[in-house]
Design a protein around this ligand. Structure first.
Ligand code: VGL
Length: 214
């Protein structure tokens, strides 16, 4: 795939220790820390590089207190929450930090924080809520910077990467998901995510070697 770096951004979606085996008590995605080289490689094709971060509070209604609660619905009292998850990526903890080997936060062109509000647990990086009412500013920022194409990688394929890619595609960007720069929570939902992204017009590539600079 030919990439015009001038109008392309590389988007590292939630590449945080809390989604890797480095933090086994959080939400470890198998091999989640193995995405670093591919994220760094895809960024070489883009003029701008941004990163999103889950920045969760230590206590929230969506946090499962027992393993049995994981993936159970939070309940009707919280219209902007869906299911429960283990606590992860809490501000001020190691889980919140970027995976070692990625740039320091200040070296990204934009850092997008999400998930701070305890009654909201968004997956996509473009909106602060599941209902997509409140923008995080990513879409506006990309437009303001003349970006038309976004190369996406990160964690996890079946949740935050998928939702972010779909949001960008719906907003008119050409979206390329670099599968070598992603890992999923579960096999079945990751396969379904790939299909959903493909149907939305997202381009799936196996690895950054499929990119060609122009
Ligand atoms: C994620 C599940 C729960 C993700 C975040 O980053 O994909 N998945 N919270």
């Amino acid at each position: 795939m030919v990439i015009y770096s001038q109008d392309t951004a590389s988007f590292d979606v939630d590449p945080q220790c809390g989604f890797t085996p480095l933090c086994p008590d959080e939400l470890p995605v198998a091999d989640g820390d193995a995405i670093v080289n591919e994220l760094n490689a895809q960024a070489g094709y883009a003029r701008l590089r941004l990163v999103s971060k889950d920045c969760h509070p230590a206590q929230a209604p969506w946090i499962a207190t027992t393993p049995q609660e994981i993936l159970q619905p939070v309940g009707v009292d919280y219209p902007d929450l869906d299911v429960k998850w283990p606590a992860h990526c809490v501000v001020g903890t190691r889980g919140n930090q970027l995976i070692p080997g990625l740039p320091a936060e200040q070296d990204y062109d934009l850092v997008v924080e999400k998930g701070m509000d305890p009654v909201k647990h968004p997956y996509g990086a473009c909106y602060h809520d599941l209902s997509e009412q409140t923008s995080t500013g990513v879409i506006e920022w990309l437009r303001d910077h003349g970006i038309h194409c976004v190369v996406v990688g990160g964690l996890a394929t079946d949740f935050c990467v998928k939702t972010t890619a779909l949001q960008l595609a719906r907003n008119g960007f050409t979206v390329v998901v670099n599968l070598a720069a992603c890992r999923g929570v579960a096999e079945e939902s990751s396969a379904a995510a790939l299909e959903e992204m493909r149907q939305a017009g997202v381009v799936l590539i196996a690895a950054s070697r499929e990119l060609e600079a122009a």
